[in-house]
Write a protein that binds this ligand. Sequence first.
Ligand code: ISL
Ligand code: CA
Length: 565
Amino acid sequence: SQSTQWWKDSVVYQIYPRSFNDSNGDGIGDLQGIIQKLDYLVELGIDVVWLSPIYKSPNDDNGYDISDYQKIMDEFGDLETWDRLITEMHDRGLKLVMDLVVNHTSDEHEWFAESRKSKDNPYRDYYVWRPPNQNGEEPNNWVSFFSGSAWQFDEATGEYYLHLFTKKQPDLNWENPEVRHKIYNMMKWWLDRGVDGFRMDVINLISKVEGLPDAPVAKPEDKYQWGSDFFANGPRFMEFMNEMKEEVLDKYDILTVGETGFVTPEEGKQFTNEEDGVLSMIFQFQHMDIDAQPGGQMGKWDIRDWKLTELKEIMSKWQVELYNKGWNSLFLENHDQPRSVSRFGDDQHYHKESAKMLATWLHMMQGTPYIYQGQELGMTNVHFPSIEDYRDVEILNLWQELVVDKGYDPEEVLHSIHEKGRDNARTPMQWDATENAGFTEGTPWIKVNPNFTEINAKAALKDPDSIFYYYKKLIQLRKDHNVIVHGEYELIWEEDQQVYAYKRTYQDKTLLVMANFTRDTLEREWPGELGNNNSSLLIHNYQEEPKVKDKVVTLRPFEAAVYLM
Ligand code: ISL
Ligand code: CA
């Protein structure tokens, strides 16, 4: 492999183009809008941009339903603008990672248009078709990620097709070598055009268990059941990935990150180790599930209390097990998740403090950090008063199933949407305090969070104490101190339910990270063996330095501090 592993000391910034910056007033963010903001990203200091899908799409799932992999979505621009974008990025030393969505296509992709025509169409086998079962119903009982059956009946041929996501996102049949090779060729086409890597959407769902068996009935009251045992990390997953690696990935010096839910650190090691792994790194989701009921996708709406020790266990397991054996990615937000300051911090009374604390805690760990657009401003969840204000297909399907079909209390469902809905991450980027937060001169496709008058980029750039400049400093620290990239992780104060503290060690350097996850002021005994006088305070999130006296450290609400010794 040609890899120089430049991605190990990089910081990635994720752009959700629809909500980033609108250059022509149609209310939808676009490629030209991104070009206009590249200097903002340079100022922040990030190295890589991961761009959520920009391919041609009818937007049933905002571009995660692709109808042509080699064209640009009309609303976003065209290939010429894209070429300009990547050139402008490379000129500024920024790399571009594209989203690769190949578990499924749009039903409007020409492969599917052909496939559904007849049982003997040459494209029939590009997708997963099955006849109805003996009762004339769906071939199995799998529930879709976005509510309802994972199967859709198609009149033309009297068969069902599989769609793990919406019915406009039919699953590709990876068992078919022709499908795989068309995908590899498409990947090469983009790589030859200059892209620096791929974020691979739900990549570990591509291999399904033969026979597509019924899922175990975990919820007898429901018609459809959670079938991830039969489609996550399936039997041929590694075989397909090795093929992709040989035919495509190994030929380029790129960053690859697999979006892989349902994985253990064991699997993480298998996928990302340097000898025979297949990806630079993966996104694991165990820490994102911490506030959800277990047992499948619907559980995410059922918010559960969690303990700091549970978070410690999850993060530490990944930090320790992948050390020198694989590579982590570090994230608290993306376009599918609520805003971290609202979820894990306090977006009211300790907005700045808790946003900075979370950033410190995450960025000092081992792995490649990802910042989701607006996270560097401390953008928060939005509480739209009505379902009419929401746009996300997952939210709309949930509402249909729970409120319309099953008669749940709308207020309760709306509450869950406020806490966990994906649109929390998709409100327009808050650039300034002018109308529509400076995102568009027209009507935005989704409403702006009303707090844009206070939380916005322009204000942050004027305030030396802003969350933005704090992120900038964290990114710079990673460049200045090897121990942040390479240090071995060790959890300290294991049982502590309020402070998350850990060490990183590399060669003769030790980093000590302390993060108060509560609204209380706490006193802790300064960790003995670290308490020498040569320690320097690298970064902290209050104006005044943390108080360390007589071997006791006082941590104010959401205070974070990092010492180097
Ligand atoms: O959104 C989630 C939580 O509600 C996740 O379960 C998400 O559905 C899952 O991580 C897969 O996400 C990816 O593929 C989906 C797309 O809708 C998401 O935006 C994408 O990140 C289908 O392509
Ligand atoms: Ca636009």
